[in-house]
Ligand binder design. Structure first.
Ligand code: MC0
Length: 147
């Protein structure tokens, strides 16, 4: 069951500048940063609030590490902006199978590793009204030090 908006992924050209924009404009602070080489992104997670399911909602700022990455290709065409939304679930495996059974393309056979040790998969934007949609199961608290 999908129980929260886990994050909104925002593509940017310069992560440090964009982090500073969100800090100066809204007062949001960086909760976590990492590089995910498989996904080709350098990212910063800005925590917005804890959620009733024991997780949290974030803004995820994404700078491509290479032009042929998913975010690099998308930005080449669209410029900076909202790249995807992500729903949180305790069971990414079960929920992605249920959604696959509805005829929606789930991009990975098995979930892969996302931010902060989470397990993630994506639904094809062409099957989701033009919205690239991610499903996330957060790491157990303590497993990674954050949600
Ligand atoms: C591509 N399309 C999108 C889109 N990306 N539509 C809406 N939102 C997006 N973000 C559209 C294109 O405009 C195009 O439509 C069609 O999908 C095919 O795109 P393409 O440019 O030919 O690119 P493909 O087919 O090679 O790849 C698209 C696909 C890919 C969605 C399969 O980007 C992908 O595998 N994404 C999942 C992984 C990802 O995005 N990783 C980065 C975030 P037209 O009409 O022109 O044909 S990593 C992350 O977020 C992690 C770290 C985390 O949360 O923990």
């Amino acid at each position: 069951m999908l129980t929260r908006i886990d994050h909104i992924g925002i593509a940017c050209r310069d992560l440090d500048k964009t982090v500073e924009f969100y800090r100066a404009t809204y007062g949001f602070e960086v909760f976590h940063t990492e590089v995910n080489e498989e996904q080709g992104v350098r990212e910063a997670m800005l925590k917005i609030n804890d959620t009733g399911d024991g997780g949290a909602s974030y803004l995820q700022l994404l700078e491509p590490t290479r032009p042929d990455s998913a975010v690099g290709k998308w930005m080449e065409k669209n410029g900076e902006g909202v790249h995807h939304i992500a729903f949180g679930t305790a069971d990414v495996d079960g929920d992605s199978e249920d959604i696959r059974a509805k005829g929606i393309r789930v991009l990975y056979e098995q979930p892969r590793i996302g931010s902060m040790g989470s397990r993630i998969t994506f639904l094809h934007p062409k099957d989701c009204g033009g919205v690239l949609t991610e499903l996330v199961t957060a790491a157990e608290p303590g497993e990674h030090g954050e949600h």
